[in-house]
Design a protein. Structure first.
Length: 586
């Protein structure tokens, strides 16, 4: 639903739902007058009780900004107003609007309702004078141990959990599974290029973060190991790397020369820090520099960290600070520290074309709020700051260029998606589409995961978001970043959910989930003109649909005409073979 004529959107009122184990929060929507229920694709507020309408109903009565444009009073939001969908307070499970976490099918979003607008006094000032402002599934099949990539200064690995080895014929790891996954493949269906089982994991489970694909190799981290497979046949491209302790963080993206940074823990105990950094070449498996993240100040924890890349700058975020390194050498560049009188502590970072920092300010006080900043990736100098009003928490960055931010307000049971200009950080627009959006987002417990969402694409002046499917097919909605309104929408070609992956060749590439009697699909959706009908690029075989469909907590990618799907969490379940990665091709 688009915004009513001549009326700014306002906070939403949908009934809260039970909080998802992995969270997910809806995108802002345009509130009608009078207040209505939750939009058809926006996030859902959590906990199963109806929300209360804003104290002062009317235009611009919700959002991150404090007051409406041109001085109209508003309710507090990121900029002084509340966006509109509630979410649980303890613990926080930041996720994408209305989206159950990948590993929790059926979980409901805590933000249900209308999108709340953030246009307030701060934004009004921007519009008038142009000023600037601102955290799982398992197998323990027996595998042959692989040698570890050598490095003289590395501690001796504590033993590999076993590398899955697959001849690449679709028969499972090491040929132990007699099943041929391509048997009975129908005409027109894709081929299983290779399939990998996961290494052993503890009974409590383990992370399997990251998935990187180059023109030669597909690399996957799981528990204490890093595996590399030839993209075409699945043969190991280099010896599995076994780290001394559990992998606890990775750079989600790779460098321009196909390198990533892997972080692993300092020990086995629960209090072990995630502070050991290792550069790895994805094409060769060679290790580069190694670095240890320095301890932060009191209460500044590195039990959990996040990492991002902006050009040659690696940003490592602790709970209340960050350290930047030159990714080519491992040399420290600068520290992001506490600042201001509030004071403000760096709480999360997002990288890419720009380096963004989210700071938490004035904790527990009357001036408690979040701030969004752009940092110079070489010096750490602040380029601009956007201040969000008290009660607004910045949960996700859907894009860093342009800057697209998703925030939530627990008290108001509201959410908001705002767009800012990259160069100066000025407020540009906010999403006002009346929908219940559901991109696939993970969650963070000790650290915010600003870039932990899949199923959301930003290209040029358009944001692409999937709606939540209540029954049957869902839709992908294209939203203008210029005004926050809907440009067009397209329905999934089958009665299964469809999510955007990337823009390629002027088309939106999307993944359609498998069903019990059909494999998944890759489709291309024209983004220009008036015809946005999905055209099939790949139809995965029905005979493998059960395996494909069982990747609940997953990462997906489409590269050079091949489709990759991998798990992001191992359960340590010894009763069944745990899946690691599956690759399809023609």
């Amino acid at each position: 639903m688009t915004q009513p004529p001549n009326q700014p959107p306002q906070g939403g009122f949908g009934a809260p739902q039970d909080p998802p184990p992995g969270g997910g929060f809806g995108a802002p929507q345009t509130p009608p007058t009078p207040p209505q229920g939750p939009p058809a694709g926006a996030p859902q507020p959590g906990y199963g009780y109806p929300q209360q309408p804003p104290q002062q109903p009317g235009p611009y009565n919700s959002g991150p900004y404090a007051s409406g444009p041109y001085g109209q009073p508003q309710q507090p939001g990121p900029y002084g107003q509340q966006p509109g969908y509630g979410y649980p307070s303890q613990p926080q499970f930041p996720g994408a609007p209305g989206t159950p976490p990948p590993g929790e099918p059926g979980s409901r979003s805590p933000f249900k309702g209308k999108p709340a607008m953030i246009i307030g006094a701060a934004v009004a000032a921007l519009l008038v004078i142009g000023g600037t402002v601102w955290a799982v599934s398992g197998d323990d099949g027996k595998k042959d141990k692989k040698p570890v990539a050598k490095q003289t200064d590395d501690p001796k690995p504590g033993g590999s959990s076993g590398a899955p080895v697959n001849p690449g014929d679709g028969s499972g790891d090491g040929g132990e599974d007699p099943e041929n996954l391509n048997e009975g493949r129908k005409a027109g269906e894709s081929k299983v290029l290779w399939y990998k089982e996961a290494p052993d994991a503890p009974g409590s489970g383990a992370d399997a973060p990251g998935m990187w694909v180059t023109d030669k190799t597909a690399v996957k981290a799981a528990y204490k190991e890093l595996f590399a497979y030839n993209v075409g046949d699945g043969d190991p491209t280099w010896d599995t790397i076994a780290f001394p302790q559990e992998i606890c963080a990775v750079t989600p993206e790779k460098t321009a020369d196909d390198k990533v940074v892997i972080a692993y823990k300092s020990g086995k105990s629960d209090s072990a820090e995630c502070n050991q950094l290792q550069l790895v070449d994805l094409n060769t498996g060679e290790k580069g520099w190694k670095q240890e993240v320095a301890d932060g100040a009191l209460f500044d924890s590195s039990l959990s960290i996040e990492m991002s890349l902006t050009g040659n700058t690696l940003m490592v975020g602790r709970s209340q600070s960050g350290t930047a390194y030159d990714v080519t050498s491992g040399k420290k560049l600068f520290d992001a520290k506490k600042y201001g009188d509030a004071p403000c502590f760096p709480a999360a970072f997002a990288g890419g074309e720009r380096l963004l920092q989210v700071a938490s300010c004035g904790a527990g006080g009357t001036n408690e709020h979040d701030e969004l900043q752009e940092l110079d990736p070489k010096t750490g100098k602040v380029k601009w700051t956007q201040k969000f009003d008290k009660g607004w928490r910045i949960e996700r960055t859907y894009s860093v260029d342009p800057v697209v931010v998703y925030s939530t307000n627990e008290e108001k049971k509201a959410w908001n998606i705002s767009v800012f200009t990259g160069g100066s950080g000025k407020f540009r627009s906010e999403v006002t589409v009346d929908e219940d959006f559901a991109p696939g987002c993970g969650w963070a417990i000790l650290a915010r995961d600003l870039q932990g969402c899949e199923g959301v694409v930003v290209d040029g002046n358009t944001l692409y978001l999937p709606t939540k499917a209540t029954t049957g097919a869902n839709e992908i909605v294209a939203v203008s970043l210029d005004n926050g309104k809907e440009r067009w929408r397209v329905k999934s070609p089958v009665e299964e959910s469809m999510q955007p992956m990337k823009i390629e060749g002027g088309k939106l590439i999307a993944y359609v989930e498998p069903s019990y009697d059909a494999g998944g699909q890759i489709v291309a959706i024209p983004v220009g003109g008036g015809d946005h009908k999905p055209a099939g690029l790949m139809q995965n075989p029905q005979g493998v649909a059960d395996i494909e469909n069982s990747f609940f907590s997953k990462s997906i990618d489409w590269v050079d005409g091949r489709f990759y799907i991998s798990t992001t969490r191992l359960t340590g379940n010894d009763d069944s073979k745990e899946k690691l990665m599956l690759a399809y091709g023609k």
